[in-house]
Write a protein that binds this ligand. Sequence first.
Ligand code: CP
Length: 317
Amino acid sequence: MRSFINVEDIGDLKVAVKEALAVKVNRFGYKSLGENKTLLMVFFNSSLRTRLSTQKAAMNLGMNVIVLDVNQGAWKLETERGVIMDGDKSEHLLEAIPVMGSYCDVIGVRSFARFENKQDDYEEKILQQFIRYSGKPVFAMETATVHPLQAFADLITIEEFKKVERPKVVLTWAPHPKALPQAVPNSFAQWMNATDYDFVITHPEGYELDSKFAGNARVEYDQNKALEGADFVYAKNWSAYADPNYGQILSKDMSWTVTTEKMALTNNAFFMHCLPVRRNMIVSDDVIESAQSIVIPEAANREISAQVVLKRILEKL
Ligand code: CP
């Protein structure tokens, strides 16, 4: 594997999940793979889970790890070519990226959508420059449009908890005070569409995802109807994708919060969220603290998804 961005990069999902479950029971069995290899994780945005789980996965594989928080202690980076750099940005990404590449064997990048220019976000301008100029395998640690390490962990979690072969999985929009990117729902939809699950997306009108990610998933604008018979409820907020409202909040309708009453419509569904989560906006205290909430094992599986991805990258170095 040279890069890890979209679901196609992981190949057969059944094989990938099988490998993940094998890694999970033998996480230190591949320690020689990463010997004398260095992972550089570059963060343009904050993180708790991605940072810790990916570092842990790399250590399980025997790798050395360097973390760069671009906004804390590094030179301010210019990302646009042609700019006269007479402002507060001291270094251009076009020099910084190959320099970073010279210090490591693999690079993980976290760089959220900026909501300044939809085309730049959806062309993954920052990530693509890392792929082009670093000379090293690059994987997404949540970028402008995707969060594949999360989606892979979500898939592993569903496979572990499902009670029927083909569960009904519902991705539901829920309210949030800030405008959030579409990366998590984009990847979740992309990965669920690659399974044979009964996958439904529910959101208020105006929150349609890019069809490249939503694919042929059933969209149901009535949340109650969508939740009927669900085996898994995956809650997430996202801002509008469609023009002219890209990156905007169109609704803060609290009737979309996942409550005990909403969960009662389901087939005793498991509750999922990528975290961090705003309690009593996205989900009620009762639901996230209930026995059906699997947000902690879901987060724990981030170590496993990252380890499979790093393992496969190392195997091809
Ligand atoms: N789910 C997730 O990516 O969490 P962090 O933003 O804390 O890394």
